[in-house]
Design a protein around this ligand. Structure first.
Ligand SMILES: Nc1ncnc2c1ncn2[C@@H]1O[C@H](COP(=O)(O)OP(=O)(O)OP(=O)(O)O)[C@@H](O)[C@H]1O
Ligand SMILES: [Mg+2]
Length: 260
């Protein structure tokens, strides 16, 4: 047993904590299954690597500030016929992130823009990537506050460092000039350096009005769309469908303005 204690201490010291905790059980298992030394070692190191991967994903998920953990597997493609499932599957390989390309989901409320953006983000987290999520209003409020407190440069890193930045709900809030300039600076800084997944209920032709400045909006879209996958969702709101199913529909679908 003294040998086990020594081995455990060594494992702790070199940071193999999961292995250290499971050493005894793994040794017993190896004896029972009559594993070779090599099989035991490989099995033992695998446990440590799996545990590290799990911890890393947990930490990156916490730091990502995702509003929920909806996955692409939970998405009902039959309901949203305008979405090409193959295109979403291709995006889920994350080749777009390796190429620093952007993904833009456009469409009216409730059609699954946030669900798909989060689903891709979850997939990225599973694959070892870093993600940060913010709605546009959160992002602008945060950057403005940092600007007022003279710590914008430090705060900036939160939005520049992650492999994927999700900017949700572009279009629900009209931006003043200063806010539009902050967003423009952010998009310029990530351009060809890191992916952005963006969702919007507004068509691009409305962005001039949205940003209170057509020159900024044009330059912003020029960068955003240079390497981008644009997914235009034209369909019914899933929320309304669920309300109709449960018999508590209050707003007739026909009264919801459509987006072109
Ligand atoms: N095709 C779908 N399959 C399964 N769930 C869906 C689908 N479309 C939407 N949902 C669900 O419906 C709800 C609304 O979807 P989501 O939040 O993605 O809409 P949105 O397009 O982002 O709307 P908004 O513009 O109002 O933010 C969520 O709970 C989402 O999980
Ligand atoms: Mg949304």
């Amino acid at each position: 047993m003294a040998d086990i204690e020594h081995a455990r201490e060594c494992l702790e010291r070199i940071g193999l904590t999961a292995g250290s905790q499971l050493l005894e059980a793994k040794l017993e298992d190896a004896a029972k299954r009559e594993l070779t030394y090599l099989d035991f070692l490989s099995d033992f190191l695998d446990v440590e690597l799996q545990e590290r991967k799990r911890r890393s994903e947990e930490t990156r998920t916490k730091l990502s500030r995702l509003p929920h953990r909806k996955t692409l597997e939970e998405f009902d493609y039959d309901f949203q016929a305008s979405i090409d499932k193959r295109q979403i599957m291709e995006l889920s390989t994350l080749a777009f992130a390796a190429r620093k390309e952007n993904v833009i989901f456009l469409g009216p409320p409730g059609v699954g823009k946030t669900h798909l953006a989060v689903g891709l983000a979850v997939q990225a987290l599973r694959n070892g990537k870093t993600v940060y999520y913010a709605s546009l209003s959160q992002l602008i409020a945060d950057l403005k506050k940092a600007h007022q407190q003279n710590r914008l440069d430090r705060r900036w890193r939160v939005y520049l460092r992650p492999d994927i930045l999700v900017i949700d709900e572009v279009g629900y809030m009209q931006l003043d000039r200063h806010s539009a300039e902050l967003l423009f600076r952010l998009i310029c800084s990530r351009y060809e350096h890191g992916s952005i997944i963006l969702t919007s209920n507004k068509v691009f032709s409305d962005w001039g009005e949205l940003m209170s400045d057509t020159v900024i909006a044009t330059a912003m879209l020029d960068r955003l769309l240079h390497h981008a996958h644009v997914i235009n969702i034209r369909g019914e709101s899933y929320r309304i469908r669920q309300r109709q199913k449960s018999g508590i529909n209050t707003v007739p679908a026909a009264n919801i303005p459509a987006i072109q």
